[in-house]
Design a protein. Sequence first.
Length: 156
Amino acid sequence: MISYRIAKTRKRAEDLSGTGAFKVGGRWNNSGVFALYTSENQALAMLELLVHLEESELPPDLYITSLSIDLSASILHFNDDGLPLDWRLPDNITLRNIGDRILNNKEHIGFRVRSAVMPEEYNLVLNPLYPDFNRLVTITRIDRLEVDQRLNPPLS
């Protein structure tokens, strides 16, 4: 299985530690819990990045990391029935607590969840503390992604 993530620097593109999510938390984890957010396709990875940036923050260059997840790795497919009605709202403590439980029990290398940005698309939240994570998840390539300037119009 292939998944993607986009980072602002080459160094961050190489980092699969989940430290960023550990420091600030995310939709599916509280701060203090390691998680690595990835997307099933490159376009969704870009949308997920864009919704977290201020208009003036988009750098001229980004880096897209392609990850290969070994097919033997256990990925939990999160059931929509488990989603609260307000699951698309930011800072949803219910989602964070659900994610923390999944990540902390280390039964799965990650879990597949709907994107709040594009609900018909899916993200994979990976657990960098899962046993054998570094054997089961590998970087297959990192490419410089030149940002289309229409995504970053000049401020008027």
